[in-house]
Design a protein around this ligand. Structure first.
Ligand code: XMP
Length: 315
């Protein structure tokens, strides 16, 4: 994008042309959907209804953090609590594409109900180019159906409006700066949330374990960045693996879960490199994760694979 100001002007004009009544806007608190919400609000004023869904798959403290970020960005939004709907739709589901399909479906059904309530069929989303390219758009194989693409059921009566669909992540950042959105210092977080950070079958308990391990990784890395020990990585998180291993807690044998830590550098998420971390920091992360969930998580691994051949997420 050479000229963010020109993109901004045209996007607002296009939104006005595409949406003549009200519209709902899917706001996750990520940079993409926050820009889409800001553009929709500018173009449509009170006719834009931003919705932030608590899926029960969010990170520790995320409902508050996202609320704060949306408010600081000037977005008027409604919080929809929907933990039960999502967690029961996912219970026991192991296959990554099936997780995304069910999450996409749950989002759309929720949005359809809200759309009916306000009398529209327009849904504004912050889909960007890598979302649909990796979902099998163009001539590519389907790597992952990013939930905001692959998960939209064919029979949905919602018409998608996607003002950012041709942009890449670096362009999104330029645009956020141009729009004067507050700098969030937040790493990208996938729409399906912790559902794809629990590798294998989902349960409420496994989501809780993954959430806790993930919070430990985020806090330790944030602290290391604040102390100037490392650069801020592109993404850093924990994945709960479908693997049990033997450990010891005190004098007792424990057959516990394994967590892998993933820390990557990237510019646009299309490729990524696994970041080397200082040994002391790795040790601290492993110690903290296992101490906080004794006998539950008994092993911590570090993922050293680049993308390609791996992807950033495990699922
Ligand atoms: P992968 O794992 O495909 O991830 O290398 C590339 C980037 O996309 C994020 N990601 C997703 N984002 N819905 C999203 O909105 C998804 O289903 C999804 N899967 C992966 C991932 O966190 C990384 O930033």
């Amino acid at each position: 994008m050479n000229d963010p100001a020109a993109f901004h002007r045209e996007a607002v004009e296009k939104l006005r042309a595409e949406v003549d009544g009200p519209a709902i806007v899917a706001a996750s608190g990520g940079i993409d959907s926050t820009i889409a919400a800001a553009l929709a609000q500018e173009a449509l004023g009170e006719r834009a209804h931003a919705l932030f869904v608590d899926t029960g798959l969010l990170r520790q403290g995320e409902v508050d953090a996202v609320g704060g970020y949306l408010r600081a960005s000037g977005i008027r939004y409604t919080l929809l609590p929907a933990e039960e709907r999502f967690l029961s739709a996912l219970d026991g589901v192991a296959e990554p594409e099936e997780k995304r399909r069910r999450i996409g479906e749950a989002f759309i059904r929720l949005f359809e109900a809200e759309a009916d309530r306000i009398g529209t069929n327009r849904l504004v989303q912050g889909t960007i180019a890598p979302d649909w390219i990796e979902s099998g758009g163009g001539a590519r194989d389907t790597i992952k159906s990013h939930h905001n693409v692959g998960g939209v059921p064919k029979d949905s009566r919602l018409t998608l409006v996607e003002p950012l669909r041709d942009l890449y992540k670096d362009e999104v950042r330029q645009l956020a700066e141009h729009l004067g959105l507050p700098h969030a210092e937040r790493q990208p977080f996938p729409g399906p949330g912790l559902a794809v950070r629990v590798a294998g079958p989902i349960s409420r308990e496994r989501i809780r374990i993954a959430r806790r391990a993930n919070a430990a990784v985020e806090e330790e890395i944030d602290a290391a960045v604040a102390r100037g020990e490392i650069r801020r990585p592109w993404q850093y998180f924990a994945v709960l693996l479908p693997v049990r291993s033997v450990g010891v807690t005190g004098d007792n044998r424990a057959h516990g879960d394994a967590v892998t830590v993933r820390v990557v550098d990237s510019v646009d998420a299309m490729t990524a490199t696994a970041m080397p971390l200082p040994a002391e920091l790795l040790r601290r992360i492993a110690e903290r994760i296992t101490r906080e969930q004794p006998g539950v998580v008994t092993r911590v691994l570090y993922d050293v694979t680049d993308k390609p051949p791996a992807t950033i997420e495990w699922e």
